[in-house]
Write a protein that binds this ligand. Structure first.
Ligand code: ADP
Length: 395
């Protein structure tokens, strides 16, 4: 069954038509810089890549153009449903849902927790319902997979009233990716869907790691917002919250602007002063750029430290899974992180590590004895997971 997958961000709308069973992609596209004169619609179909300027286009214009592309490609009548990425489902959604007026109301109720993401997600749902009224629409939540975390993992040690009255707790994100690669890793290891002790590290521009025990998320590094946890491209990850007050007093900056800096000008970018992009930093570090070297060191050390912390939630380890643009491609980051975690029994296989790039999956550690944990590279495919959930709910 073909599914249209939509991922609407604040200034972009990504779309894909794919077969939920085989993962075959019939058409993929991205409308970027929406609401600006530089807006473009880029798509790929039948081996051809096309980019068209759509100056000033908003989500509505862009999605109309995308649906027109599907019609021209003869794909509209093959669609069985539409799957939407929705970032924040708070505690209201522990699984993907067929979209009803009640579901929309609940997604709206989550807007205070996901103020940047849920409004464009809702906009995409409304426009798709209008443009494709005959199709079942499904919401797939980034937070849903982590709803199995126990209270000890999701509760912050702050006044409990903040949780009870203001929903202040750890939610976790990237759940669709963590769920997808955990399932793939289980299959690669010959484990049943309800077995295994896995650490999944999703390392893209945003980065998070999850402890997956017997197929369920039991702890994760992102929290109330995607700012917590690992060092990321532009986000700091976890820091002492008291630094906000200190920097405010020292510089006169407002707490809001400091939070903005922690989100947009920290992490790899803030440390290196050069780039938020790991590939660029690896090249700079190799050429002797000291701050790029420091950025990579801090990134890998914090990642290894938080992965080690997450093993407490598992009690043992069967496999560490790398995914996302950095996890799937950075031979250097994987080498450093597996090296730092050698005490868990991981032993890198340098040749296998060098081979696992550009979409290749596989084991990157030496086999060891039957109980030795493994490190795996598993390319993520969030669109496919959304399409699979959508197809299941259509059926
Ligand atoms: P997003 O979170 O936006 O989907 P990606 O998952 O595509 O991002 O990951 C982007 C990151 O992956 C960037 O830091 C990029 O430099 C990194 N990356 C991609 N290819 C390589 C590579 N060959 N070596 C190192 N890092 C890479």
């Amino acid at each position: 069954m073909n599914i249209l997958v939509l991922n609407c961000g604040s200034s972009s709308a990504k779309f894909a038509v794919l077969d939920a069973r085989t993962g075959a992609e019939h058409l993929t596209g991205n409308a970027q810089r929406l609401g600006t004169p530089e807006a473009t619609l880029d798509w790929r179909h039948a081996g051809q890549s096309v980019s068209r300027p759509i100056p000033g286009a908003d989500h509505d214009v862009a999605l109309r153009a995308a649906v027109a592309l599907l019609r021209e490609a003869g794909l509209e009548q093959t669609l069985g449903g539409v799957g939407h990425r929705v970032v924040h489902g708070a505690t209201r959604f522990a699984q993907s849902m067929r979209i009803t007026p009640e579901v929309i109301a609940q997604v709206e109720a989550c807007v205070p927790l996901g103020p940047l993401h849920n409004p464009p997600n809702l906009l995409g749902i409304r426009i798709a319902q209008e443009l494709l009224p005959g199709l079942v629409q499904v919401a797939v939540f980034d937070t849903a997979f982590h709803q199995t975390m126990p209270p000890r993992a999701y509760t912050y040690p702050v006044p409990l009233e903040w949780l009870e009255q203001h929903e202040v707790r750890r939610y976790g994100f990237h759940g669709t990716s963590h769920r997808y690669v955990a399932q793939k890793a289980q299959a690669m290891l010959g484990l049943a869907p309800d077995a295994g002790a896995l650490l999944t590290a999703h390392l893209g521009n945003g980065c998070s790691a999850t402890a997956v025990l017997n197929g369920r998320s039991v702890d994760t590094t992102m929290g109330l917002t995607p700012l917590e946890g690992l060092v990321m491209g532009t986000r700091s990850g976890s820091v002492d919250p008291a630094l906000v007050g200190h920097v405010a007093r020292a510089t006169g900056a407002t707490p809001e602007s400091i939070l903005d800096t922690l989100n947009k000008r920290s992490g790899l970018l803030g440390l290196s002063g050069h780039s938020n992009d790991m590939r660029t930093l690896e090249a700079a570090a190799a050429a002797g750029h000291a701050r790029a070297q420091l950025a990579i060191e801090v990134f890998c050390y914090v990642l290894a430290k938080q992965l080690a912390g997450l093993t407490v939630a598992l009690g043992r380890l069967d496999a560490l899974v790398f995914t996302g643009g950095i996890g799937e491609n950075s031979v250097l980051v994987r080498e450093k992180v597996v090296g730092l975690l050698g005490f868990l029994g991981l032993v890198l296989d340098p040749e296998a590590n060098a081979r696992a790039i550009r979409g290749h999956d596989g084991r990157i550690t030496l086999p060891g004895d039957a109980h030795a944990p493994q490190a795996l590279v598993v390319p993520t495919h969030e669109e496919l997971m959304i399409a699979m959930d959508t197809a299941a709910l259509v059926a």
